[in-house]
Write a protein that binds this ligand. Sequence first.
Ligand code: SF4
Length: 336
Amino acid sequence: MSEVILQQTTVATGAPRWERFLSRFPTVASLAAASETEVLAEWSGLGYYARARNLHRAARRVVSLGGGIPRTLEGLRALPGVGPYTAAAVASIAFGVPAPVVDGNVARVLSRLLAVPGDAKGGASRRAIEAAAAELLDPRSPADHNQALMELGALVCLPRAPRCEECPLSRACRARATGMQGDFPGKASPRPTHRVRLAAGVARRRGRLVLVEDSFLVRGHLVVPLVAVEDGDEASAALAAAWPRLAGRRAGSLSHLGLVRHSVLHRRYAVEVFEVAEGAPAGDRTRPRLLLPEELEAAPRGGLLPKVLALSASAGKPSPRGRAPRGPAPPRRSGG
Ligand code: SF4
């Protein structure tokens, strides 16, 4: 669990969530028996939701194999979502298998220690670092060795300001010897960002929020109805066309609330948010879920929904029967 949570999450954020997750699912069997919706809801806010789905599938695989977590690299790698890093970390730390672990911290330490040029995330540089990690591993104590290197990277060999005077490797460190710590590891070329315009409709029916299953950001999450908006199109028109039962056919049924920005990996979303004054709830593409505000906490949801609801709340108190139009739809825009 800890290895999966900490793959993309800091210890400060991940530790309390690890406690919470384990108290909710204390055994592999209890995790396997849960529904995906329950697992995603417990994972809400941690991001990178494929990790939660894979963990859930892995628990079911372990149970189907008899309930014991595999103790070999090969057995661990056969579980959904378990790559070389996680397999080596679990095998060495939990079961004492002499397998080198190379996470981002270890790669940084070794690239500086040995002055390995290039991007430590791939190619020849990565292979050189992995070979060095295997060669340096203490086979008598792989758990301590791997955790010591990871901690050294996390606490001493910091990305921007390495604390070389406190480092037990300082005498052997080639980067330090030449004063070039900042040059290792080399920088990867940044991944291009992808900008997406969306329109979102906040609708209520008898005090319940109309939510649908997300098909844009994270599959399985609940969001307000969304639609992609092409360059040059009006967001309100796109929303009304995609969700005609939500928006209704009367002019002015959509009231523009503002713009919300949200990012998922390399995608940057600009979301025009509209309040729906009246009309039947969404039912055009998928069956909607109607949730009371207090039910949202237990629902699988990502970071966009709270932003949209905060914008809606800041615009005024909702009433059970909807709200009077607050403003006209924004003018046609040429791009986004
Ligand atoms: S001496 Fe400095 S740069 Fe080298 S491994 Fe230690 S902290 Fe990192």
